[in-house]
Design a protein around this ligand. Structure first.
Ligand code: AMP
Ligand code: GLY
Length: 443
């Protein structure tokens, strides 16, 4: 393994706090706990899986100031933030102001995800390839723009919407309806539940892009960038990419669409100018940076979105392939000492299948008993997301419940191994896609 070496006095006794409670955080905590430098990992608030894991400890705190006070009182050496909400709420700023080592972007830097209007203007200003767009607060102007541009066209709410604020409208009617939802008039009300940014409701309307999507995630300490293994997510609910958009129904790593040439282009045209642009704008970027890329058949790329965190479920297969000491890498990044660090990857493929609750994504049912769960191994793990333990019984407690993740010699074998895990899981109303990884099978 070739990673940054932790300071000698901290070998074997690092205390790590993971913030969040989804599948991504279960995978982060699972991987961090394997680091030889780590003695203890807390997950706040965690889920049923992190509660049942004897190696991890749940911490029922979500308030940013209360978490900081707890981290100080318990001399936490490193805090790693999983989801966007605590980042957008300024958790990193709060921890840093009190001298705590924390890995993630500041509130200002997290605007790359929390505001579509901010990220689109940023990309335009720094020449980063993205779809042509315009921003609207006035519904009448938005409707007129849609009529002028025609369909297909994409309507995005400006603000965090847990993956539900984007409508890829194939018809004009769908696009107009999306504007009515996202720029609600008083009569209509806010049906999407989108958290609008300060200044009120705003939408971004952009050009429809065609191609294959890939998730390109890097670790950054403000200047040095370390790409993680590539991955691809499946955002639609149903097989063959049909049905509504979700937070992600499955993922695998590596993504063959990211050829070495596409990888070079993504670093040169998207990642490096973004890190340099944020530094030039006085908002140095630290943390995971996730660029959602659209790769055209000609191998050109455009940036669909930035996320200021790792992907969920991309994290689960990516971390299953990571052989390096994750705690050492993230501690080096939190200390702005990432230069010289390298990451080692298992050359095999990893693939994760999300098992979602009845009614996901619109109205997931909670409280179904999880009646069967296979035993994990080093090569096959069922990561938990929406689960909780009630009176000793494991139950569903959210939309995406579990992610069955397995390694295999190639995509086909990883897929077979992951679906073998799925076969051992049972809860009422379980839904999952049967075709995770299909785009990589025919290459
Ligand atoms: P976003 O949250 O911006 O990544 O959008 C969610 C999903 O909507 C993306 O993963 C794409 O599948 C789709 N999408 C977003 N923007 C576009 C676009 N301009 N053209 C085509 N599909 C898009
Ligand atoms: N899986 C997509 C995301 O995490 O945004």
């Amino acid at each position: 393994m070739s990673t940054a070496s932790p300071t000698p006095q901290s070998v074997g006794n690092l205390k790590v706090l993971v913030v969040g409670g989804g599948g991504r955080e279960h995978a982060l905590a699972w991987k961090l706990r394997q680091s030889p430098s780590v003695a203890q990992v807390w997950v706040a608030p965690g889920n049923g899986g992190t509660e049942r894991d004897a190696q991890l400890t749940n911490l029922p705190i979500t308030d940013v100031v209360a978490l900081r006070e707890w981290a100080q009182a318990h001399a936490v050496d490193l805090t790693v933030v999983g989801p966007e909400a605590p980042l957008a709420a300024g958790l990193v700023d709060e921890f840093r102001a009190h001298g705590l080592a924390v890995f993630g972007p500041t509130q200002a830097a997290a605007q790359l995800e929390s505001s579509k209007a901010f990220s689109k203007a940023f990309m335009q200003r720094h020449g980063i390839p993205t779809a042509a767009y315009d921003t609207f607060t006035d519904a009448a102007l938005a409707h007129a723009y849609i009529d002028r541009m025609g369909a297909p066209i994409v309507v995005k709410a400006d603000g965090l919407a847990a993956g539900k604020g984007v409508v890829v409208a194939m018809t004009l009617a769908e696009a107009h309806e999306a504007v009515d939802f996202m720029l609600p008039t008083e009569a209509a009300g806010n049906k999407f539940g989108v958290q609008h940014n300060a200044g009120g409701a705003r939408v971004v309307i952009e050009e429809f892009l065609q191609g294959e999507e890939a998730s390109f995630i890097v670790v950054c300490d403000g200047h040095t960038v370390l790409p993680l293994a590539t991955s691809q997510d499946h955002k639609r609910l149903l097989d063959a990419d049909q049905g509504p958009n979700t937070g992600g129904m499955g993922a695998y790593s590596p993504a063959p669409v990211v050829t070495p040439a596409v990888h070079d282009k993504a670093m040169r045209e998207v990642i490096l100018p973004t890190i340099a642009g944020m530094a030039a704008d006085g908002i140095p970027y630290t943390g995971f940076l996730y660029a959602g890329l659209m790769v055209t058949p000609a191998g050109d790329i455009k940036t669909l979105e930035f996320n200021c965190r790792m992907g969920d479920p991309e994290t689960q297969p990516i971390l299953m392939r990571l052989q390096s000491d994750l705690a050492a890498v993230l501690l080096a990044a939190a200390r702005q000492q990432l230069a010289g660090t390298e990451l080692q990857w298992d050359s095999r493929c990893a693939l994760g299948v999300v098992l979602a609750a009845h009614g996901y994504p619109l109205s997931p049912r909670k409280g179904d008993a999880i009646t069967a769960l296979p035993t994990d191994s080093a090569e096959a793990v069922v990561f938990h997301a929406g689960t909780q333990v009630v009176n000793g019984q494991l139950q569903t407690s959210g939309g995406r419940v579990l992610c069955a993740t397995a390694l295999g010699a190639d995509v086909r074998q990883a897929q077979a191994n992951a679906y073998a895990l799925v076969a051992g899981v049972n809860f009422a109303g379980m839904q999952f896609r049967k075709d995770i990884g299909y785009l990589a099978l025919d290459r």
